[in-house]
Design a protein around this ligand. Structure first.
Ligand SMILES: Cc1cc2nc3c(=O)[nH]c(=O)nc-3n(C[C@H](O)[C@H](O)[C@H](O)COP(=O)(O)O)c2cc1C
Length: 338
């Protein structure tokens, strides 16, 4: 791989976002901070900071750290959670969402990503400031809502994914969303951890990938070594989807925490209350203190494909080299990409 020639993996996503490779590192609470985002962006992908674990002021610091480390484009991921105030007719964004979004807009980050929920009027505001907007969906209806709202890219995420996830497998969902929202570009997510996944995503009509779990097992990811080692140690059966962490279906390492909440389903509060009361402390227990048996260790099925902890740059280089080799082997070098 040279740094001068254009990659055969070059897709419209690369032109839209100004990135070299169509690989986005997913927003991941506690895990995806400035160190990881900067490393991925510097390596030619799209690095993304997750907003969820910090205050708006901390998010601003993180954005500035990425800018100090690299001049490449990056993104900020916000969970667009809503609440309905007592007596109110319509739901509104929580104060936290408003705080993070205001910072992202004020800082004019290159890309704003809605990891959950519909960014609604924020999309038009972001566009006025020259910010690209991407939004995640788990079914075709959500994808259509995002496209109608004018987002630049829809991220179609299959059931395999770590963190919040829907019910539809990626092999069905990704091409279905591609068909439903054309000409809006679609990025594939869920279970993608290597170059075969990237090549497959292109074959399904996507213009790139949004990869989370693979990047947990990197040196730059924030988190205890036990957590990273757990991602490497478990196989494809080592995760489970449950609502105990946040109130919404969320995939995590199967452990004492998930087993406990599988027994307490009746006590689970609606999102985001369950996240604030249970999920946040449990996430810190696993990710900061390294208690991966009793904490909430979000993780996708693709952990079964993750076999080592490496620098983020190496993940990008391996995915690119493997995807290029797959496309060449299939006889269509570059044909899956525009
Ligand atoms: C540890 C972890 C934390 C996550 N936290 C968030 C988050 O804060 N915001 C968000 O939009 N998605 C979050 N997700 C989902 C990811 O952004 C992404 O959609 C998912 O990891 C992709 O699937 P994969 O893990 O199979 O690659 C998280 C996922 C993981 C594994």
């Amino acid at each position: 791989m040279t740094t001068k020639t254009r990659s055969p993996l070059h897709t419209p996503l690369c032109d839209l976002l100004g990135i070299r490779y169509p690989i986005c590192q997913a927003g991941m609470g506690w895990v995806a901070r400035s160190a990881l985002a900067a490393a991925v962006s510097a390596a030619g992908g799209l690095g993304v900071i997750a907003a969820v674990h910090g205050t708006p002021a901390e998010l601003r610091d993180e954005i500035r750290r990425v800018r100090d480390a690299t001049d490449r484009p990056f993104g900020v991921d916000v969970l667009f959670a809503t609440i309905r105030a007592a007596g109110a007719e319509v739901e509104r964004f929580t104060d936290q969402v408003k705080g993070w979004t205001d910072v992202a807009l004020e800082e004019r980050v290159p890309v704003l990503i809605a990891g959950l929920g519909n960014p609604g009027p924020v999309t038009a505001e972001a566009h006025r400031l020259g910010i690209k907007v991407m939004a995640l969906c788990g079914n075709v209806k959500q994808a259509r809502d995002h496209a109608q709202n004018g987002v630049d890219v829809v991220i179609a995420q299959g059931h395999e994914a770590g963190g919040h996830t829907g019910r539809i497998g990626g092999l069905v969902l990704i091409p279905a969303v591609v068909d439903a929202v054309a000409p809006t570009p679609v990025v594939a997510a869920g279970g993608l951890a290597d170059g075969r996944g990237l090549a497959a995503a292109l074959a399904l009509g996507a213009v790139g990938v949004w990869m989370g779990t693979r990047f947990i097992a990197t040196g730059e990811a924030w988190g205890h070594d036990n957590y990273k080692k757990k991602v490497v140690a478990i196989d494809e059966e080592g995760t489970v989807v449950h609502r105990g962490a946040t109130g919404k279906p969320c995939r995590a390492v199967r452990n004492n925490f998930t087993r406990e909440w599988e027994k307490r389903v009746g006590e689970i509060l609606p999102f985001p209350l369950q996240a604030q009361r249970v999920g946040f402390p449990a996430a810190l227990l696993a990710r900061e203190r390294g208690d991966v048996e009793n904490g909430h260790a979000a993780c996708g099925q693709s952990a079964g494909l993750v076999r080592d902890i490496v620098p983020a740059r190496e993940v990008i280089e391996r995915v690119v080299a493997e995807a290029e080799a797959v496309l060449a082997r299939l006889g269509g070098r570059g044909s899956g990409a525009a």
